[in-house]
Design a protein. Structure first.
Length: 635
């Protein structure tokens, strides 16, 4: 090697080191579209012959690191996921075509993803075993298509149907276990031995895994009084499934669970580290170690390995949860900003915004008091603070299942029975039964406190102390006061019976709408629900049913195109008459949902009996409705 070549290589590696480990972990040469795979003709007639990324303050290496960094999720043994066939064919379950059916995004083989796992699916190693697990990106990455261009948006809510994927995965495993030809093909690739004993051991392990997967799906069935109401695309009952994993680990028996029947739309991630409260009902503040607690609870829900039967000498509960990576991921999201419609217009992809109409829409936004709950922020301000405005269920009128389940789900205390609930209140003990939310808090705290046992004694505690210090002091949110119906309230659980309003920057990229994804586009959000006008002939109202699953974007109404299920049978039909699917409420603009009357200082006015004074706004005209939609494109 000549000197010039030698020094060029040295300089290249030195430069890659300077820009940080995120870059080098993905390789050195990256293209702007993150090697995304176009979809010229997928299941639902969508088409994307090329892929572009919105400008969100992340470069290609940032995105790929986000996609491929494990939190400690162990969903299924890695080799099984890699080699498992679909139930009805010899095609791999993980094939790009099949993955697209569930609306996850295929990726090619790369530096940190050698087998080309989809976005949000990642290899994880724990206790000398290798698994495939889920990352933040599985739920918070999406693509919308417009006129043949696929627009990838980091942090956007996925269209993925995780319920369907897990159910089909269980069926594929059951079919393989009962079909000797399928099983032998799988065993040959994994066992790599003709030894009958080795194959029998694998057979037993695989059958146990298959039964466990069927059990998981059964326990999390979204049942309402015996009626199965599927989530469909773009929704998940995250709380219900997290609660069930905690309750299921508290007792040796498998009957400690509640129906996971309150699906919600995945929240978008940008600005999340800057929020004082995060979840739809704001169950946890974002101060101190709050972000680490939130992310630890999330990974426990998505298949982390953990044990709530505390072992002798342990401070907490041993798990595969990777606190260090969760802290790094939260820090990465801190730099993520919302996508801009205008950015895509400038790239020649989206149509121009009608700025004259949008200006009128801003006036309508303030006329209908939207700004009181949906705070305006500077998306690029590193010190921005988002203050959530919570509206009580009784007033907002939207579907109640998520908020109510979050504070009423309960089960047997199991290993926690008789243990202290809160170290600051040592006299308070777990009884025979517990609220699921209380058990989750106890479990998360214990998982965070217990160090990694793969390290030496000194290293495990040094790492743990470092992680806790960083987690506590890294959050930009220092104070969190709960704003409930425009008043500051305490931490009484009754104030969790509410849903939050948040800034609307990037809202155009996050359909469907309302917390449970029951409204297909922004235009319909400003229509009345059918229940409010069904006796009035000729009135236009929100769709009673609509299909979900298409990526094709409707830039006029702002949402995904509603396609015909007869033409594309795999589309999901969202039926708003089903439990947990209600599309009523948040009907301020049409004069159905009352608003709280405020005094000149922005405080709620009350009558002589102490009751809130409510008023209804004048129904919006269609001209103003279109202006409001146009304004929201500018945010």
């Amino acid at each position: 090697m000549n000197k010039k070549c030698y020094w060029s290589i040295c300089l290249l590696f030195f430069a890659s080191f300077l820009v940080g480990c995120t870059y080098t972990s993905q390789g050195i040469f990256l293209d702007d579209n993150r090697s995304a795979i176009p979809e010229p003709n997928d299941h639902f007639g969508d088409s994307a012959t090329k892929i572009v990324y919105a400008d969100q303050n992340w470069d290609p290496a940032d995105s790929l690191w986000f996609y491929n960094t494990s939190q400690g999720s162990n969903m299924i043994p890695y080799d099984i996921f890699i080699h498992l066939e679909q139930s009805g064919s010899t095609q791999l379950f993980r094939s790009d075509e099949n993955i697209r059916k569930y609306r996850y995004l295929p990726q090619p083989s790369s530096w940190d993803n050698e087998d080309g796992l989809p976005i949000g699916f990642v290899r994880n190693e724990y206790q000398e075993k290798t698994y495939v697990g889920l990352t933040c990106a599985a739920c918070h990455s999406n693509q919308i298509n417009y006129q043949g261009v696929g627009i990838r948006i980091d942090g956007a809510p996925t269209l993925g149907d995780i319920q369907l994927l897990l159910e089909d995965l269980a069926v594929a495993m059951q079919t393989t276990a009962s079909n000797e030809e399928k099983f032998q093909r799988l065993a040959t690739k994994i066992v790599q031995s003709d030894d009958p004993k080795a194959i029998d051991i694998f057979r037993n392990e695989f059958q146990t895994l298959t039964m466990d997967f069927h059990g998981y799906n059964s326990r999390n069935s979204p049942l309402h009084n015996g009626e199965l109401v599927h989530y469909g695309y773009a929704r998940l009952d995250a709380f219900g499934r997290i609660f069930n994993r905690i309750l299921g680990h508290l007792t040796p028996e498998k009957n400690n669970y509640n129906p996971a029947n309150a699906p919600v739309s995945y929240p978008f991630l940008w600005d999340t580290p800057h929020h004082d409260f995060v979840q739809w009902n704001g169950v946890l503040s974002n101060t101190g170690a709050g972000p680490l607690g939130r992310n630890t609870g999330e990974v426990l829900g998505v298949f982390a390995t953990f044990d709530l039967d505390r072992k002798k000498g342990h401070l907490g509960y041993q798990s595969s949860s990777l606190n260090r990576n969760q802290i790094r991921l939260e820090r990465q999201v801190k730099r993520l900003i919302s996508p801009l419609w205008q950015d895509l217009t400038d790239k020649g992809i989206f149509p121009e915004i009608d700025h004259t109409l949008a200006k009128k829409g801003k006036e309508v936004f303030e006329e209908y008091r939207c700004h009181l709950c949906h705070q305006a922020i500077d998306r690029k301000d590193p010190n921005r603070l988002v203050i959530a405005q919570f509206t009580s269920l009784d007033l907002i009128g939207t579907d109640e299942f998520m908020a109510k389940n979050a504070i009423t789900d309960q089960g047997n205390s199991g290993y926690f029975e008789g243990k202290t609930i809160n170290p600051l209140k040592p006299k308070e003990k777990f009884g025979k039964t517990t609220l699921a939310a209380t058990a989750l808090t106890k479990a998360v705290t214990g998982v965070i406190l217990e160090p990694n046992h793969d390290n030496s004694f000194f290293q495990r505690w040094a790492n743990k102390i470092y992680d806790l210090i960083v987690a506590i002091f890294d959050t930009p949110v220092k104070v969190a006061e709960r704003h409930f119906d425009f008043e500051i309230v305490d931490d009484d659980p009754k104030f969790l019976l509410a849903y939050k309003g948040r800034p609307l920057n990037g809202i155009w990229a996050t359909a469907p709408y309302l917390h449970n994804g029951s409204v297909p586009n922004l235009y319909e959000l400003f229509l009345p629900s059918c229940s409010a006008v069904e006796s009035t002939i000729g009135k236009t109202c929100r769709s009673r049913t609509f299909t979900v699953g298409s990526r094709e974007f409707d830039p006029k109404k702002v949402g995904f195109v509603i396609k015909n299920k007869k033409e594309f049978p795999d589309l999901f039909v969202f039926d708003t008459s089903k439990p947990s699917n209600s599309n009523s409420g948040h009907e301020y603009a049409v004069g159905n949902t009352p608003v709280i009357s405020l005094d000149k200082d922005g405080k709620p006015r009350r009558d002589a009996g102490g009751q809130l004074i409510l008023e209804k706004l004048e129904p919006i005209t269609d001209e103003k409705r279109w202006a409001l939609v146009e304004y929201l494109k500018t945010l």
